[in-house]
Design a protein around this ligand. Sequence first.
Ligand SMILES: [Zn+2]
Length: 389
Amino acid sequence: MFAAKLVCTKCGEEYPLPLGIYRCPRCGSPLDVTYHYDDIAEFIGENDPWFREHPHTWKYWMFLPVSNLRKVVTLNEGGTRLYRVRRLEEKLGIGRLYVKNEGENPTGAFKDRGSSVEITKALEFHAQRVIVASTGNMAASISAYGAKAGLEVTIVVPEGTPEGKLVQARMYGARVEVFGKTYDEALAEAERKAREENYHLTGNYHYRVEGQKTTGFEIIDQLHFNVPDWIVVPIGAGTHLRAIWKGLKEFRRIGLIEELPRIAGVQIEGYDAVVRAWKTGKPIEKITKKTPTLASAIAVKAPVDGENVIRAVKESGGHLDTVTNGETIEAGRLLGKEGLFVEPSSATSLALARKMREEGIIDRGESVVVVATGHGLKDINTWRNVLSH
Ligand SMILES: [Zn+2]
């Protein structure tokens, strides 16, 4: 294993691995896993077979914090295709436009990359039962990987969560526990049970980041180690964007790429805590108002990795903005015409790329990768309502 230690993303305090902590004990911020990068560089070297291997999450095992590769819990996540969408390129006036279609993952969403790492770590920590607070894609994903590993999975959801959103998790055999009125309360309960009742906590923590960064690795790999000008990522908790940026910097650190792309993050109107902080230069303030939205998977009031998103976008010379429900519907339809059916939250990345092109932030000749995070079948009711209006 090449993993070295945990480092706080805010105060820089370092901690040894493995340690059963979820946030920096000193300042409460998210943690990063760091590696012995020079050793990874030497290990990969000019290893031709490795470069030619088809991209998938565990191809990049040297960048993942797992001590025994024979005990990896996998459902063949990752290796999702990168689609060049030529008619859309022409329509939007973008040089080269690609869609990274994360809906092709085993449970239909990008979360599987992180769940594979998190559940593998749960076994390393000798966990018997895992817990996660989620109402959607994360719940389904942890349930599937927990089932594969033979672990008991508990999902904590707030009151009023539509039963339809829990069907997939229940089919994987998860237990559902209703607690509190909001997602924040459900999350606090999951963390309490992890502390006091011997549950292994999963969610938007550092081991998930490690799995999620492989989205970025694969994009580079699929472009034959060329770097696009832009990668556009939807922001829910912000963990995926943060992870992709971390991965790209690691690739550069060991010399696999020389440049870095610019990163753009997109939030849906009404849930713009990060965009607002970015535009005003003020600290992130939690959204208090509930706004009807199409993009429920990214309707997050207090993104846990919001500060890390702003840092990544600043470092990359990137961009943050919101899109409207209308722009999202239009983008979903455009993707449909390319043969790609994505959930509404996923269409926001194309909606933002289009907006950035119109505003001249993306130049005509540039190459852009938009990340589509989940399959359209995940949220069929929302699209059905759109079609019936
Ligand atoms: Zn700290």
